[in-house]
Design a protein around this ligand. Structure first.
Ligand code: FAD
Length: 603
C-alpha cells in the first residue's frame, strides 16, 4: 500500500529506532483507515490483515510487542485435544485448519511439529484389563478424530505426521523417565510448536513491510470522539512522556485482558466486552532433568498439563486460576510452582524439584464472560452478547470502535480477519476480503531451500551447522541479515555471555531490526534468555546492554540504568516465586520499576 516500491520488503519491514522516530513524526499527517490498540498476536494480526487489504494502518502498543499474554503461552499451535472432550468440534476443526496453514504455508520457519504422548495409565482391581482397553479406545478415538479434522491421513500430512499407538515398552523407549508402574502404553500425536514472542515480532515486521506503522511503547490513554463516533486515539509515548493524537476512521482494540479498560474510556453506561483474566504458570527445566524425546499431555484434577521439549529445555505447564491483581506483571507464587511439580512428578521416575527450575513465567488468559445469545455465531456477536469459552468475540460498542478479544493464539488470523471485516463495513464496499491465508510471513520465502543448503551456507560463513540451524529456526530466510551483521563484525558471531545458545548478533539485531527498545525486550522476548538460564539473564545483561546500546545510542549511564532495571525485575520475580499466595507474590513483583518512561508508566 504506502510502501515505496523501490525498497525491498525486508528493508521495509525493519523495525529500527529510525523507523520508530519517523513513524512517530508522521502520525499527525493523516487520518488512518485503521488504528489498532495492542501489539499482541491479535492486534498485530489485525494490523497485517488490514495492511494487506491496502488499508492505512497504525498500531500502538503500550509496552513491547507481545509483552502481554502473547509471550507467555504454552507455545502450542494446536486444535486443543481436550476441547474434543467438551464437544467443541467447530473450535477444534478451525484451529487445526489454522495449524496446517501456519506450519505449511505461512510460517514453516517458526511453527514446527512437536511429538506429544498421551500416556495411558494403569487401573487397579479386577477390571484393569477392561479399563485398559477402554482407555486406549477412548483416547485413540479422540486422537484419530483430531488427525482427521486436521486432514492428516496416510497420504496427506499437512506438515504434521499422523498419530501412532505405542505399547508400554515403546512408550518408555521414547520417554524413559515415564514411571513404568503407572503406564500401560501411550498414543503419540503431533501438534505445532512456536516461539510465541518471536512469531509476533515477525508478524509485526510483515505488517510493517506492507506499510503499517508499528509503534511499541505508545500507550492509548483516551479515545477521541466526535458526537457519537470514535474518530481517533490519544496516546503517550512511554519513552519520552510526550502526548500525541492519531486520527482514525476506525479504531480496533485488541487489548486482551485490558479490554475492560478500553471500554471504560467510553464512560459509564456503555455496553462492554467483559474479559476475565485467568492465570497460567509455566516452569522451564533443563532437558537433562527429564529423559524423553517427546512431550506429554497429562490429566490433572482440573485440566491438563503439558510437558513439552523446548530446545535444550522442558516447558511444564500450566495452572488455571482466577487473577484480579496487577495485569502488567502477573506473578507466579510458590503454591503455583509446588502444584506443577506435584502434578508432573506423579508420572516421572526421577522426581524434579525447585532446584531443577531454570525459569518461571506467568500469563493471563483473556476469557470472555457473560451469556451467549442462543443461535448467534461467536464471530458476529453484538455488544450484548459474549460467551465464556476459548472462542472469541468482536463487538462495536460505539461507532468507529471495535473490540476483539478471547480466542487463542492459534486462531489469531481468524480473529484478525473478523475484526477487520467489521471495520470494512464502515470503510466502504471497496475493501477487499482478507487474504492473509495466502501471505507468508517475512522469512518464510526461501526458508526451505536455505534449510536444505544449510551445511554449505554454514561452511561459507565459517559457522558450525548447528548455529545456522538455530538461526534458520528463529529467523527463516531473514538469517541472511544476521549473517551480514556477522560478516561486517565477526565478533558478533560469538555466543552471548552466560547464554551460549545465542549469538551476540541476535542482540544487536533485536534492537536494529525487531523493535526492541529495552534490555528486557531482548532478554525476555526476542531471545528467551530470561527463562532459559538459571541466572535468568543477569549474567548476560551487561554485555547485552552494551550491544543494544550501539544501536540505540545508550551511553554508560543509560546502559547502567537498563541493567539495573533488569536486575531489579529478576530479583522481584524471584522474590514473588517464594511467596505463598497470589497476594504476597503480586506485592513482591510490584517492587521492581518499569523499564519504560517512569512518568508515563503509571499513566
Ligand atoms: C498460560 C497460557 C497458555 C496459553 N497457551 C496457549 C497455547 O499453547 N496455544 C494457543 O493457541 N493459545 C494459548 N494461550 C492463549 C493465547 O496466548 C492468547 O489467547 C493470546 O496470546 C492473546 O493475544 P492478544 O493479542 O489477544 O492479547 P495480548 O497478547 O495480551 O495483547 C494485548 C496487548 O494490548 C496491549 N495494551 C493494553 N492496553 C493498551 C493500551 N491502552 N494502549 C496500547 N496497548 C495496550 C498490552 O500491552 C498487550 O501487549 C495461552 C494463554 C495463557 C495465559
Amino acid at each position: 500500500m504506502h510502501r515505496d516500491p523501490s525498497v525491498s520488503r525486508y528493508a521495509a519491514g525493519q523495525l529500527s529506532p529510525a523507523r520508530r522516530a519517523s513513524d512517530l513524526a508522521r502520525l499527525a499527517d493523516r487520518r488512518y483507515d485503521v488504528v489498532v490498540i495492542g501489539g499482541g498476536v491479535t492486534g498485530v494480526g489485525a494490523a497485517l490483515d488490514a495492511a494487506s487489504r491496502g488499508l492505512s494502518v497504525a498500531l500502538l502498543e503500550a509496552h513491547d510487542l507481545a509483552s502481554g499474554t502473547s509471550s507467555r503461552s504454552s507455545k502450542l499451535i494446536h486444535g486443543g485435544l481436550r476441547y474434543l472432550e467438551q464437544l467443541e468440534f467447530g473450535l477444534v476443526h478451525e484451529a487445526l485448519r489454522e495449524r496446517g496453514l501456519l506450519a505449511g504455508r505461512l510460517a514453516p520457519h517458526l511453527v514446527r511439529p512437536v511429538p506429544i504422548l498421551v500416556p495411558l495409565a494403569t487401573s487397579p482391581g479386577p477390571l484393569a484389563p477392561a479399563a485398559r482397553a477402554w482407555h486406549r479406545a477412548y483416547y485413540g478415538a479422540g486422537v484419530a478424530l483430531y488427525d482427521l479434522f486436521a486432514g492428516v491421513t496416510g497420504e496427506s500430512t499437512r506438515g504434521m505426521p499422523a498419530h501412532r499407538h505405542l505399547s508400554r515398552t515403546s512408550a518408555r523407549r521414547l520417554f524413559p523417565s515415564l514411571r513404568e508402574d503407572v503406564l500401560t502404553g501411550a498414543i503419540r500425536y503431533y501438534d505445532g510448536q512456536v516461539d510465541d514472542a518471536r512469531y509476533v515480532a515477525t508478524l509485526a515486521r510483515t505488517a510493517a513491510s506492507l506499510g503499517a506503522v508499528i509503534l511499541p511503547s505508545a500507550k492509548v490513554v483516551g479515545l477521541i470522539r466526535d458526537a457519537r463516533e470514535v474518530t481517533g486515539v490519544r496516546a503517550v509515548d512511554q519513552e519520552t512522556g510526550a502526548e500525541f493524537e492519531v486520527s482514525a476512521r476506525t479504531v480496533v482494540a485488541a487489548t486482551g485482558v485490558w479490554s475492560d479498560d478500553i471500554s471504560a474510556l467510553l464512560g459509564e453506561g456503555r455496553p462492554r466486552l467483559r474479559v476475565r483474566a485467568s492465570k497460567g504458570v509455566h516452569l522451564v527445566l533443563p532437558r537433562s532433568a527429564i529423559n524423553g524425546d517427546a512431550g506429554l499431555i497429562l490429566r490433572t484434577p482440573t485440566s491438563v498439563l503439558f510437558v513439552l521439549p523446548w530446545g535444550g529445555h522442558w516447558i511444564v505447564g500450566t495452572t488455571d486460576t482466577d487473577w484480579s491483581l496487577d495485569r502488567d506483571h502477573p506473578a507466579a507464587s510458590a503454591r503455583d510452582i509446588t502444584y506443577l511439580l506435584e502434578q508432573v512428578n506423579r508420572w516421572l521416575d526421577r522426581q524434579v524439584s525447585t532446584s531443577d527450575i531454570e525459569g518461571v513465567y506467568a500469563g493471563l488468559r483473556p476469557l470472555l464472560v457473560g451469556e451467549a445469545r442462543p443461535g448467534r455465531s461467536p464471530h458476529s456477536m453484538d455488544e450484548h452478547t459474549s460467551k465464556l469459552s476459548r472462542e472469541h468475540a468482536v463487538v462495536e460498542p460505539m461507532l468507529g470502535l471495535m473490540l476483539v478479544a478471547g480466542g487463542k493464539y492459534t486462531t489469531y488470523r481468524v480473529m484478525a480477519a473478523d475484526v477487520i471485516d467489521r471495520a470494512a463495513r464502515r470503510l466502504g464496499p471497496d475493501v477487499p476480503a482478507s487474504h492473509t491465508d495466502q501471505l507468508p510471513l517475512l522469512g518464510a520465502d526461501g526458508y526451505r531451500p536455505l534449510w536444505s543448503a544449510r551445511a554449505d551456507v554454514a561452511r561459507r560463513h565459517g559457522l558450525p551447522v548447528g548455529v545456522l540451524e538455530h538461526l534458520l529456526e528463529r529467523y527463516g530466510s531473514l538469517t541472511m541479515e544476521l549473517l551480514e551483521l556477522i560478516g561486517a563484525d565477526p565478533s558478533l558471531g560469538r555466543p552471548v555471555d552466560g547464554a551460549p545458545e545465542y549469538l551476540a548478533a541476535e542482540i544487536v539485531y533485536a534492537a536494529s531490526h525487531e523493535g526492541a527498545l529495552h534490555l528486557e525486550d531482548t532478554l525476555t522476548r526476542r531471545t528467551r534468555i530470561s527463562i532459559e538460564t538459571s541466572h535468568r539473564g543477569t549474567d548476560s545483561a551487561r554485555q547485552a546492554a552494551a550491544l543494544m546500546g550501539r544501536v540505540l545510542g545508550w551511553d554508560d549511564a543509560a546502559q547502567r540504568r537498563e541493567v539495573d532495571n533488569y536486575l531489579a525485575r529478576v530479583a522481584a520475580e524471584r522474590q514473588s516465586q517464594l511467596m505463598p499466595d497470589d497476594l504476597s507474590a503480586d506485592a513482591a513483583r510490584l517492587g521492581a520499576p518499569d523499564a519504560r518512561h517512569p512518568a508515563a508508566a503509571g499513566a
